[in-house]
Design a protein around this ligand. Structure first.
Ligand SMILES: [Zn+2]
Length: 375
């Protein structure tokens, strides 16, 4: 038995242990590092290159908003798997809210972490031009006879029943399919070497907020999480694949507290206080933990810096292109919005704003404004 085959079997058997596996990125990264030695070497240099870039570019936040063009490859066998345009657009909408911190549930971020929560200044669009220069909806539908997909090359290879990549230096490729082994999704972290299959693979029933989605993973946060990996974020407990890694695992971000392992479901705050010398415990509502979609609500400033660094170093075609028509900013939404309610940082509704207190104004279009009256 070859080493490659043995590793694949180990990965697949490990994945079959859990009923639902939030994320296969650590496993697929190890797998790809085995079959592509260039990737293993390049990934080994990423953390040092990232530290150097951040040191050299302390004013990165002065840059304009980055818009990432997406192509969604819907690879389907049954009609159910051939998800609607509406379901796909609902996912794009979630990404644009989560990466601009206009998601309605920012009020659930504990007050101790409101100051580190980031507007990542990254937006997304469905690409308007295909690799041949022709107009496109950014959605490609491929009928297949393939059964459930896994973490091998089938999903991104048309001759094996999948859909070929669009050039992955220009587009974020997202494959949506029937993903097996209870796996919700996975992504390929960046490096100076980018190969076929770069992008995200997401199970159709965890993509977007409508149609075939299944709770508790029905708020589009699987793609939010996986794009975090695609832009070089680690899980909040560190790079190790598995629980109980202790407090030493480092996600290379200073403003996410140390935590021992992943969290499923939705704990109450604070959770695991002082387990790693951290009085506020785990940041389980970070998009890079494993909690339920409805439980997640932030990236931190440190995570934002790491993602901006990754785009500049490894995905620099995303900085300057015309694949989004300029109609990408959610701030350009012209529908009339009306105030629904005003809440404080603990989510309590209020009608008489006090001065010098942060309050959140929630509108009918899903937008949220943070305001403070200063006297
Ligand atoms: Zn993950």
């Amino acid at each position: 038995m070859t080493k490659k085959l043995l590793i694949l079997i180990l990965l697949l058997s490990n994945l079959s242990l859990g009923a639902q596996e939030r994320c296969g990125t650590e496993a697929v990264t190890k797998y790809r590092a085995e079959i592509y030695p260039e990737y293993r070497i390049a990934r080994g240099n990423v953390n040092n290159q990232t530290k150097k870039w951040i040191t050299r570019n302390p004013n990165y936040s002065a840059k304009t908003i980055i818009t990432i063009p997406i192509v969604v490859h819907v690879v389907w066998k049954t009609n159910t798997q051939n998800i609607s345009d509406t379901q796909i657009q609902s996912q794009i909408d979630v990404l644009n809210k989560d990466y601009r911190r206009t998601n309605i549930d920012i009020i659930n971020t504990p007050s101790v972490w409101q100051s580190v929560a980031a507007d990542c200044e990254i937006e997304f669009c469905l690409a308007n031009t295909d690799p041949n220069g022709q107009p496109t909806t950014g959605i490609e539908r491929i009928q297949t006879s393939h059964g459930q997909f896994g973490m091998d090359n089938d999903i991104h290879t048309s001759s094996l029943g999948g859909a070929d990549d669009w050039p992955n230096e220009d587009y974020l490729n997202i494959w949506v399919c029937d993903l097996g082994s209870g796996l919700l999704g996975y992504a390929t972290p960046p490096s100076s070497w980018i190969g076929d299959g770069d992008g995200l693979v997401i199970g159709h029933n965890y993509f977007g907020t409508t149609g075939t989605v299944q709770p508790p993973y029905n708020k589009g946060r699987t793609a939010t999480h996986e794009i975090g990996h695609w832009l070089n974020l680690e899980h909040v407990w560190g790079p190790d694949w598995g629980p109980n890694t202790g407090c030493n695992g480092d996600d290379n971000v200073t403003d996410t507290p140390n935590q021992e392992e992943w969290n499923y479901n939705c704990p109450a705050f604070p959770h695991n206080a002082n387990a790693c010398g951290t009085p506020n415990g785990d940041m389980f509502m970070n998009y890079m933990d494993y909690t339920n979609d409805a439980c997640m609500n932030l990236f931190t400033n440190g995570q934002k810096t790491r993602m901006i660094s990754a785009i500049n170093q490894y995905r620099s075609n995303m900085l300057n292109h015309s694949l989004c028509s300029g109609i990408t900013s959610i701030s350009e939404n012209t529908t009339k919005k009306e105030l629904i309610r005003i809440v404080d940082v603990l989510g309590r509704e209020t009608t008489r704003p006090n001065s010098n207190t942060h309050l959140f104004y929630i509108y009918t279009d899903g937008s949220v404004e943070k305001r403070i009256i200063i006297e």
